[in-house]
Ligand binder design. Structure first.
Ligand code: IPM
Ligand code: MG
Length: 369
């Protein structure tokens, strides 16, 4: 295989700071593991709006389509709140997801032993937690038509969004979930609101169809999404893989993320159909946002972004062992007590900076050789 290409879109807020540490990790793989990447950079979100008046240019969109994988930092910030909806930073991200057709968003929620105390839940509820949320990412109420705000005939207005799913959209994301489950604990729980929504009834039936016809060996259960939210905070270890739609997945994955103690720890992969290479179209990004409150202060935790690169190694570059190495390096650093500010409570000592966390992870990578 020729040198794989990696497009880095660092974006806004802490995006560029955390991505700087990822770049050092990428360079480490080139130097120490002879795993070279053809890295290029582009703008997305507010950064792109500032330079070009749009949160994603057509040129960057084309480069993303051509790349073997895209690594994204974060988009958005208060400065852009006043912008028209059509040019808001988030639209850049949504366009990437939609046009690359990245329908399966993998959001692992894993509790690192060293951080179990840090969760807002009791240690026994979260220690050893390792679940995977598969969120449908290119359809549902995020993209459904009709949508918009129109006047009504009483002098007021009507806001409309449409929840819409097709058989194919549901079946393909269900397959992603069942495939993942086979490589984990072989259990899928599908979440929707079939008690109030027709699209939820279709969701349940189609997931069941894929199970019965293609994955009868995987254990499948169904749950209403509100109950799912409750079960996630009551006893999250009952789950292995959760598959759900775009909006429920957005909410449930934030909830699952917080179980683990810090949003600053969690990576994600957004995968589409296989390209000519046989590997899926893919975009990797941390689950955390742009964190404008700490931007530019060297406080941001780069781990979620670094672990997103580990997911790229695993899902885009077929380097599972090297992904394991990077994940173990992060675990070792945490076990050593190295902490950025988000991983500390008051009186816990001095946090390390973003760069110092990067230093520690590189040292742990060196030690793994
Ligand atoms: C996420 C974010 C995005 C979403 C925003 C930034 C558009 O919350 O990736 O979870 O709602 O999908
Ligand atoms: Mg979200």
């Amino acid at each position: 295989m020729s040198t794989p290409s990696l497009l880095i879109l660092a974006g806004d807020g802490i995006g560029p700071e955390v991505m700087a540490e990822v770049t050092r990790v990428i360079d480490w793989y080139g130097a120490k593991r002879d795993l070279k990447f053809n890295v290029s950079h582009g703008l997305v979100g507010g950064a792109s709006y500032d330079a070009h008046g749009t949160p994603l240019t057509d040129e960057t969109m084309e480069r993303a389509q051509a790349a073997d994988a895209v690594l994204l930092g974060a988009v958005g910030g208060p400065k852009y709140d006043v912008l028209d909806f059509s040019v808001k930073p988030e639209r850049g991200l949504l366009r990437l997801r939609k046009e690359m057709d990245l329908y399966a968003n993998l959001r692992p929620a894993q509790c690192f032993d060293a951080l179990a105390d840090f969760s807002s839940l009791k240690t026994e509820v979260v220690s050893g937690l390792d679940i995977m949320i598969v969120r449908e990412l290119t359809s549902g109420v995020y993209f459904g038509e009709p949508r918009g705000i129109t006047p009504d005939n009483e002098g007021g207005r009507i806001g409309v969004n449409t929840q819409r799913y097709t058989t194919n959209e549901i079946r393909r994301v269900a397959r992603s979930a069942f495939e993942l489950a086979r490589r984990r604990s072989n259990k899928v729980c599908s979440m929707e609101k079939a008690n109030v929504m027709e699209s939820g009834i279709l969701w349940r039936e189609e997931v069941q169809w894929v199970h019965d016809n293609e994955y009868p060996d995987v254990e499948l259960s169904h749950m209403y999404a509100d109950n799912g939210a409750m079960q996630l905070v009551r006893w999250p270890k009952q789950f292995d893989v959760i598959v759900t739609d775009n909006l429920f997945g957005d909410i449930l994955s934030d909830c699952a993320a917080m179980l683990t103690g810090s949003l600053g720890m969690l990576p994600s992969a957004s995968l589409g159909a296989p390209m000519a290479s046989g590997l899926p179209k893919a975009l990797y990004e941390p689950v955390h946002g742009s964190a404008p409150d700490i931007t530019g202060q060297g406080k941001a935790n780069p781990i979620a972004c670094i672990l997103s690169f580990a997911m790229a190694l695993r899902y885009s570059f077929d380097q599972g062992a090297e992904a394991d190495r990077l994940e173990k390096a992060v675990e070792a650093v945490l076990a050593d007590g190295v902490r950025t500010a988000d991983l500390m409570q008051k009186g816990d000592g001095t946090p390390v900076s973003t760069t110092e966390m990067g230093d520690a992870i590189l040292a742990a990578l060196d030690a793994s050789l």
